[in-house]
Design a binder for this molecule. Structure first.
Ligand SMILES: Cc1cc2nc3c(=O)[nH]c(=O)nc-3n(C[C@H](O)[C@H](O)[C@H](O)COP(=O)(O)OP(=O)(O)OC[C@H]3O[C@@H](n4cnc5c(N)ncnc54)[C@H](O)[C@@H]3O)c2cc1C
Length: 404
């Protein structure tokens, strides 16, 4: 029998590569190796419905072992790929075995960044990436007298919302001067600041955490101004580190992620990569790192095609979402580099969209509880169509009309 195509990492991107290979007509051997003990599962609910108790762990599973077996996809769980021998096209596995491959997909994702400060390893200090982390945080929230969240990004804010829903006092520490600073305009940051403040969260902007206090478990958070805030659960949400070491040690080009082109090809023609572990080279030469379900799926499709020597570039506009309390934020496009914004709808109703323009062209839209705007925005961006600034802000103007 010929050597299999092997996928390293059994999650969102890895599953997509496997299923797209089958959809593209590949009927040869196919093996997915993941170091977690679960079949592929979705992570977004880990900081949302699973934490608030509105969902359950079994509903996270994307595909169970039976379904994968029916598609003739061999799933190996609880095993790490420790090294790639590219010359011999063999992988060294943590259980002592070695595995030959004819083509290789790296979908190793990322891991939560830890805080490089004293006390970061104390019990009661947690990050969120896996089912086990989410379980730990849910139990921690239930028992906590007060919760501290370090990082005012999406994951931190979703956890803050879940802890408030459980009735716990919550303080969020953000080093920058606004929330969601990496992804949104100040207008959107201000909206989320007001949302959390009105829900009872104590948001500390421009506040760096310098140490976590406690002897045998965490008891508080110390900030640059020398104050210590009491907390018996500290959740750190300060971003991820892409798992690119496996590729790097094998001599595959990496630069803050495994460098891929728009077809998910790496510097080795036999190796593709997809999802959070990648940094995509854009037409202007810049590297783009996206951490989203859509990116994992689209790059996974491209990677499968590339393994079969087909080019399927990922060109769709990026999109993402976040749920906090009764607010759903949906983002389309990338707002970095915008020169003006216009708001459609009324923020006080918690239903509005922010349209981002650069040189009179639409580049991104953030929608709050306005799914139809989000859908229209994705279609407009994918089609390269732009409303005028005035049209975007005019609720009487139908955006869908631009797509006819
Ligand atoms: C709490 C949370 C909330 C999120 N919310 C959203 C959201 O609302 N919307 C959105 O679009 N995205 C969200 N994301 C991001 C989204 O989940 C990720 O972008 C997506 O999971 C990326 O998929 P992936 O397969 O690339 O990586 P991962 O899901 O990280 O999977 C990689 C897998 O590879 C395994 N692995 C790594 N190295 C090895 C090795 N050497 N050998 C074997 N296995 C290995 C890892 O353990 C892991 O199981 C969220 C993420 C988290 C953590």
């Amino acid at each position: 029998m010929s050597d299999p195509i092997v996928i390293v990492g059994a999650s969102q991107a890895g599953l997509q590569v496997a299923e797209s290979l089958r959809a593209e007509g590949y009927d040869g051997p196919l093996t997915m190796v993941g170091d977690e003990t679960h079949p592929p599962y979705q992570r977004p609910p880990l900081s949302k419905a699973l934490l608030t108790g509105e969902s359950s762990e079994d509903r996270l599973i994307l595909r169970g072992p039976d379904l994968l077996a029916r598609r003739n996809i061999a799933l190996v769980t609880g095993v790490r790929v420790d090294a790639i021998d590219r010359a011999a096209r063999r992988l060294r596995l943590s259980d002592g075995r070695s595995l030959a491959y004819r083509g290789l997909a790296l979908t190793t994702g990322g891991r939560a960044r830890a805080l490089p400060i004293p006390g970061a390893a104390l019990p009661g200090v947690v990050t969120l990436r896996t089912i086990e982390d989410s379980r730990r945080i849910a139990a921690g929230i239930a028992q906590a007298a007060s919760v501290a969240v370090v990082g005012g990004g999406f994951i931190g804010l979703e956890i803050a919302a879940a802890a408030r829903k459980a009735g716990k006092p919550v303080v969020v520490f953000e080093a920058l001067d606004r929330l969601l600073a990496r992804s949104s305009a100040p207008f959107v940051s201000d909206f989320f600041l007001a949302l959390h403040a009105s829900s009872g969260v104590d948001v500390r902007l421009g506040t760096q955490v310098t140490a976590l206090a406690g002897d045998d478990r965490v008891t508080g958070v110390t900030t640059t101004d020398g104050r210590t805030f009491p907390a018996d659960l500290v959740v750190v949400g300060v971003g991820i580190i892409p798992n690119s070491e496996l590729a790097q040690e094998a001599g595959i080009a990496c630069d803050r992620g495994i460098v891929v082109d728009d077809c998910s090809r790496t510097s080795d023609p036999a190796v593709v990569a997809a999802g959070d572990c990648t940094a995509r080279r854009m037409p202007d030469g810049a590297l783009l790192r996206l951490e989203s379900v859509q990116n994992a799926i689209e790059q996974g499709k491209s990677a499968a095609a590339a393994l079969l020597d087909r080019a399927r570039p990922f060109v769709a506009a990026p999109w993402f979402w976040s749920d906090q309390y009764d607010v759903r934020l949906q983002m389309a496009g990338l707002s970095a580099g915008h020169d003006r914004i216009v708001v459609r709808g009324a923020p006080e109703t918690r239903k509005f969209s922010v349209f981002y323009f650069r040189a009179d062209r639409l580049i991104a839209v953030d929608s709050i509880n306005r799914a139809p705007d989000h859908i229209a925005a994705r279609k407009l961006l994918d089609a390269g169509r732009s409303p005028s600034f005035a049209q975007a802000g005019d609720e009487a103007f139908g955006l869908a009309g631009l797509l006819k």
